[in-house]
Design a protein around this ligand. Structure first.
Ligand SMILES: Nc1nc2c(ncn2[C@@H]2O[C@H](COP(=O)(O)OP(=O)(O)OP(=O)(O)O)[C@@H](O)[C@H]2O)c(=O)[nH]1
Ligand SMILES: [Mg+2]
Length: 325
């Protein structure tokens, strides 16, 4: 069984060596441990540091493409080199390589496809008060949306089986953390979490302020939820519009019944407008639902193509071959 530990990096020459040194090279139940650095167009010496510290594989982008694309490129490369289990960790030493055996334990026990390292976000002493509250709230929202029970959904310390890596398709531009969990939940992968230690680090490179964190995470959650549950989202929006239109219409009918329509024509116009918009939104929901069904088929195709690419195609029906004399 091969484990590949991948580290997405953007200008991490200062901390990468320490992060690499903490990765154990022998783990019970694992035959070989390899490391993979994704250098996302760094302008410092990240790749040189990786090479000097004995990294087994380096994927380098010529320009910065963002963490989500870096993560996906890492999964692809890890699968190509034959990974059975992939661990993702950060280069800033927030996570400890010594926790890797705990992280992969549920996978080795055959109980999980995706395991998230739980930092205990509500109580981490070196997180600011605001960060603790926001991470707790964000994790609660993602739990509701994904149907999982994960306490720490933004943790970058996670382990995936080959199957999970083949199934997950990140389309967000920004980060993979939330989308991968929502997808895992919707695709009914077995998701688990284990407690891990989180060390203090330099400030985040991904978020410059708590407000940016809320804004970008909120948009990501909404977009991904709408991708997987379009009918629910559009039905909710459409129903709100139809109900408002109907209430205004009823109000107008009340005045009309009492012979006092003068001065209420505007609300009748608004009512009709809201009703039309509402029914149109419901129609979009049906269209989006049909498109989402196609997406499922496309994702299944992608899974099969990728599986074949990396040499783990589902077994083909046995064919009888005749031996040559
Ligand atoms: N590929 C890629 N990786 C990035 C990019 N920005 C950050 N990273 C890496 O993603 C990992 C996490 O980045 P951090 O800046 O620590 O952000 P964070 O972990 O969300 O924030 P904290 O929880 O405060 O540590 C690190 O290994 C970074 O090098 C990027 O643009 N592209
Ligand atoms: Mg970090």
């Amino acid at each position: 069984m091969k484990l590949v530990v991948q580290i997405p990096c953007y200008n991490e020459e200062n901390t990468l060596a320490e992060a690499l040194a903490s990765i154990p090279r022998t783990i019970e139940g694992i035959d070989s441990v390899e490391t993979l650095v994704i250098d996302d167009g760094s302008s410092d010496h990240t790749s040189e540091v990786a090479r000097a510290n004995g990294v087994d594989h380096i994927v380098r982008f010529t320009r910065n493409k963002g963490l989500a694309q870096g993560f996906m490129a890492g999964l692809d490369a890890a699968l190509q080199v034959g990974a059975d289990v992939i661990v993702n960790t950060d280069a800033d030493n927030q996570y400890s390589g010594a926790d890797i055996p705990h992280l992969i334990a549920p996978i080795l026990a055959g109980q999980a496809d995706l395991v998230i390292g739980d930092r205990g976000v509500g109580t981490v002493a070196h997180f600011s008060w605001m960060k603790r509250r926001l991470q707790t709230l964000g994790s609660w929202v993602v739990r509701k949306v994904s149907g999982t029970r994960l306490p720490d959904t933004t943790s970058g310390f996670r382990a995936l089986t080959r199957e999970a890596a083949l199934r997950i398709n990140i389309v967000s531009e920004f980060t993979y953390t939330l989308e991968s969990i929502i997808q895992a939940g919707k695709k009914r992968l077995a998701v688990a979490h284990v407690p891990i230690t989180a060390h203090p680090t330099r400030p985040s490179r991904l978020f410059t302020s708590p407000w940016e964190y809320v804004k970008r995470s909120g948009v990501t959650i909404l977009r991904i939820y709408a991708t997987y549950e379009p009918l629910k989202v559009f039905a909710l929006l459409g129903s709100a519009l139809v109900t408002s239109g109907a209430l205004l219409g009823l109000r107008y009918a009340y005045f009309w019944w009492h012979g006092a329509v003068r001065g209420h024509v505007q609300s009748a116009v608004l009512s009709v407008l809201l009703l039309i918009l509402g029914f149109q939104t419901l129609q979009w929901g049906i269209m989006a639902d049909l498109i989402a069904n196609n997406r499922k088929l496309i994702e299944d195709l992608l899974y099969r193509i990728r599986s074949r690419d990396v040499g783990s195609a589902p077994p083909a029906p046995r064919q009888r071959t005749r031996r040559r004399p």
